[in-house]
Design a protein around this ligand. Sequence first.
Ligand code: ATP
Ligand code: MG
Length: 585
Amino acid sequence: MSRSNSEKDDRKRIKEKENPEAPAPNSGKPTNFIRAIIEEDLKTGKYDGRVHTRFPPEPNGYLHIGHAKSICLNYGLARDYNGKFNLRFDDTNPIKESEEYVNSIIEDVRWLGADWENRLLFASNYFDKFYEYAVDLVKKGKAYVCDLPPEKIRETRGTLTEPGVDSPYRNRSVEENLDLLDRMRRGEFPDGSKTLRAKIDMASPNVNMRDPVMYRIVHASHHNTGDKWCIYPMYDWAHGLEDSIENITHSICTLEFEDHRPLYDWFLDELEVYHPQQIEFARLNLSYTIMSKRKLLKLVQDGYVDGWDDPRMPTISGLRRRGYTPVAIRNFCDRIGVAKRESIVDVAMLEHAIREDLNKRATRFMAVLNPLKVVITNYPEDQDELLDAINNPEDETAGTRKVPFTRVLYVERNDFREEAPKKWYRLAPGREVRLRYAYYITCQEAIKDENGEIVELRCTYDPATRGGDSPDGRKVRGTLHWVSAKHAFDAEVRLYDRLFNVPDPDGHKEKGFTEFINPDSLQILKNCKLEPSLAAAKTGDLIQFERQGYFCVDSKYSTLEHPVFNRTVTLRDSWAKIEQKMKNK
Ligand code: ATP
Ligand code: MG
């Protein structure tokens, strides 16, 4: 529907960003509608010129790239308007939440570069306050204890076209409600036997206003408050209060909460407390990607992936392990912009962002993933030489390094063809190629084993071409990467591809998203040969394997004895071609 348009817009935004003459954020014109609102508020002095935003995750899973959008947005506003930014856990549901999730979220938000200073906050620290507020509402006759079980509450809620039905407990006296609420809190009643409900309007056209549940009974330990509570606040009751208590000015959330805003307003108005302004924006959806935490949890629990930080996961920790950088993710979030309209962003935009950052910053190395032995027959057996290689052609300050060259080398198996078409510029019998930073070599012979498989190439080199140019001006079209057999070390290399093989894995009614898992999303190569300088590589280093892609040291499995490298992204977008082919069919 609006997809192609938004893609066009996205491309346009990429162009604008790459154009140094494009206006920087804050150079006059607000760059999105939320900034426009804030600038207007600053002008009119609403909130006394304060800007205070927050990121309010529920610690029931790891953060994903959609959360990154919200973090960059909220933190970016606070930063750019000299405001404050809170990291606040919306930890109101003890059953699904855990310390592990809390810790991973803290790590991920910090890694993305958002700074909450000393404001790491927990909604659970406001439980007493929430309870006092609830008592206030009961005293005002605006909340009541209801004995209907959860299914009955749901049934009597009505539908979009039919009004709900009043609970038979709706008209309990204030005294009775206060007594029952107190006993709920003390643990006198079993789970699910009672709730506290706001007394609003069972016939409201907005279903959220039909006497929503504020508290439910759950006898469960909480990661922060332990066993102090056995009633827990519902999201809709707690969320607006959290923002109010923290004096948030602009309470930014995704579009699905638009219909909840009247309820938050109702609570805050009835309590006569500070009132932030809620602003909704469209959540990030990415092609070829699942974004719901519940579904990501299923991928983890059912073993489709190797944990929340599997490099194929769209989680921040997965992207980090995959080799994504905070810079790339922040640039991506800036570019996709903020809108009021739902759309699907092409995952190629995310891949573009990481390529762009790594192209500037990654150090180039040579690594042979599918090695084929090459013997340079006219190169002296006892000779070793060190050749100069450029670390990063995009960055002069990155300098050069030495790469050892010897008589026995490895090249990439698919850089050789026994029978090559005319336009094949790589190795084939009789063909000459350049070895990067080294010499021109010519293939003389391919040696096969008893099964007919090629096990070795016999080549000759031209000593006059040292460094990669020939003094007689003769040209070769192909330049191959290589490593010296004697100096190379073995490593495992993991090639990742998209986890799903359709653009909308979640958009099929008859089939669940797990049916669209790409069976080739992980390929493990065991005997790759890497140039010796890579032995010093560590987690977090930005690496390009020349002609192959960008790589990183795997933070989970790599050891000194058994190095493991992950492919972050290929050098070019091969899926764009595949999709084009599919369209042309
Ligand atoms: P999910 O729907 O993936 O399970 P959630 O919304 O339940 O996520 P929360 O922990 O409640 O997860 O989210 C914290 C914040 O992140 C919320 O303010 C929410 O609006 C925002 N957020 C979540 N998903 C996205 C997304 N895809 N794009 C932008 N913001 C998002
Ligand atoms: Mg949520």
